[in-house]
Structures are given as structure tokens and as C-alpha cells.
Write a protein that binds this ligand. Structure first.
Ligand SMILES: [Cu+2]
Length: 283
């Protein structure tokens, strides 16, 4: 009897499977594309609802990888061929400014999802806040939707902005590992030149020297770190971050330009316990 049941389930699942692969209609909504993601919030206008997603379901000061999809309010279907732009804007007491962001691209292998990165260099507070404006085109028609977003402060330093020795302003942001391990981790850092308060361009052909330390334990370091060089794929700077134990690590950095001039940061020595350029992790 049990075997018969199993056979019945097998036949049923085969017929279901062949049925769904025949029915390849594009009007069908794939509902499982957001599996593993959590909704941050929605941003609406008269025509559409834009749904923002991330792994955690929240935004945070620093690097954020964001997935979005656009729902047509009339038909309740998700738009599959939108061209999307976004502009984060911080409203401060005396000024407004944006932050580094990537382009928004269609997620590969998905029908309804788009994705990109935003690096919020500041957190909101009681009186100063961020909003996100999404401009997009569907079938040659242009739309805009905007709303306030929540960007709480990160517990550790994940972004640093500073004036380089070349007189330009820069922003350095921690990208990965998002889940550090006691191991030699692949580390990624984003480096941006602050052209003006709305324009942050990727700084190319630089180099980042890395020296992770545990200040609470005699400022000891770790072996087998590798300085960061720029990826030709995503423009981030990649290297190796060696973490020999769990706890708080200060990742001391030095930013060098293409001519090996130090733009910011100092070597860590017994006299100098920290670089003026650093990021932090605790795990
Ligand atoms: Cu600000």
C-alpha cells in the first residue's frame, strides 16, 4: 500500500512537472523569485508599487545590496522589462547630499527582479533623514516614485570619508565578508571619489594596504593578509583578510594611488597603534 502511494505521488509529480514546463506563458507570475529575501518596504505612485528587498529586510548605514520589483497596480503583475534609476538623498539640517550607488540591473536568471548597491555613508537621526527616488521606464513611459527610507546607524565603522593628500575627497566602504570567519577571508572594499555632494565615482587603479589588529589583545595582528587591488568585474577592491580568532578587529588601511603615493593612512607600529584610515568588524 505504501509503495502504491509512492508510485501515485511519483506519477502525480511527473504530470505536474510536465504540465508546468508546457505552460510557459509569460503572463504567469513567478511568485517564488523572492525566496530567501525579506521585504524592506514599498514605494508607491498612482500606477505601481515598488517593493524593496534585502537579505535582512532592513537598510543600514554602509553597504547595502538591494533587490527590487515593480508591481502594476491595475493588473497585479510584475514588470519584466523596466529601465530603472535610483537616487538616494539625505536631507540634513543645512544641506542635502547623495551617496555612492551602482546602476540598477535586471537580476540574471530572474523575470521580475532587479538589483543594485547603495552605500549610505551616514545614518539618519531624529531630524535628518534619507529618501529614495526611483525613476523608471516601462514601454517608453516614464514614471517616478519616492519615499522616506530608514537608514539606522551601523554598530561598527563600515564607511570612512576623508580628504586625501592629493586634495580630493574620498569615501571608503566595507563590502565583504558580510559573515566573517576565523579563516583567511575574501575582503572587498569600495573606494569612491567624492566629485560633489551628488556625484560619487569609483576610484580606479588604486591600492589598499591592510593590517587587521585586535586592540584589546596587545594590538596583535594576523599572518597572510593580502593587500587589495581593484577587480575589473565590479570595480571593488579585493584582497585577503586573515582573522585568527573571533572578537573585535580594527582593519587598519592605507589608500595608495596609481603612483604609490599614500592618500590616507599610516603603518601600524609599536609607537603608532592605529591608522587614521580604518574599518571595524566584530564577530
Ligand atoms: Cu548626511
Amino acid at each position: 500500500m505504501k509503495i502504491l502511494n509512492h508510485i501515485a505521488i511519483l506519477i502525480l509529480s511527473i504530470s505536474l512537472f510536465s504540465c508546468s514546463s508546457d505552460d510557459n506563458s509569460s503572463t504567469q507570475i513567478p511568485i517564488d523569485e523572492i525566496a530567501g529575501l525579506q521585504k524592506i518596504q514599498e514605494i508607491s505612485n498612482d500606477n505601481h508599487t515598488i517593493e524593496l528587498y534585502s537579505q535582512s529586510g532592513t537598510l543600514l548605514q554602509g553597504y547595502n545590496h538591494i533587490t527590487l520589483r515593480i508591481k502594476d497596480k491595475k493588473t497585479s503583475t510584475y514588470i519584466q522589462d523596466a529601465k530603472i534609476n535610483w537616487t538616494p538623498l539625505m536631507h540634513m539640517a543645512t544641506m542635502k547630499h547623495s551617496c555612492p550607488k551602482s546602476a540598477v540591473i535586471k537580476t540574471s536568471g530572474k523575470q521580475t527582479l532587479y538589483e543594485g548597491d547603495i552605500i549610505f555613508q551616514m545614518a539618519q537621526n531624529d531630524t535628518e533623514y534619507w529618501d529614495l527616488t526611483v525613476t523608471y521606464t516601462v514601454n517608453t513611459l516614464s514614471y517616478t516614485a519616492a519615499d522616506t527610507i530608514k537608514v539606522p546607524a551601523s554598530a561598527k565603522r563600515t564607511v570612512s570619508t576623508f580628504m586625501g593628500t592629493d586634495g580630493f575627497r574620498y569615501l571608503v566602504a566595507y563590502i565583504a565578508p558580510q559573515k566573517p570567519k576565523v579563516a583567511t577571508n575574501d575582503i572587498s572594499i569600495g573606494v569612491y571619489k567624492i566629485q560633489d555632494m551628488m556625484t560619487f565615482s569609483v576610484a580606479n587603479n588604486f591600492k589598499i594596504k591592510i593590517d587587521p589588529r585586535m586592540p584589546s589583545m596587545g594590538n596583535h595582528g594576523s599572518p597572510n593578509n593580502t593587500d587589495l587591488t581593484q577587480s575589473t568585474i565590479d570595480g571593488f577592491y579585493n584582497g585577503k583578510l586573515s582573522l585568527t580568532m573571533t572578537g573585535y578587529w580594527k582593519i587598519n588601511l592605507q589608500l595608495l594611488n596609481a603612483s604609490d603615493d599614500v592618500l590616507k593612512g599610516e603603518p601600524v607600529t609599536t609607537e603608532n597603534q592605529t591608522s587614521s584610515l580604518f574599518l571595524e568588524i566584530e564577530f
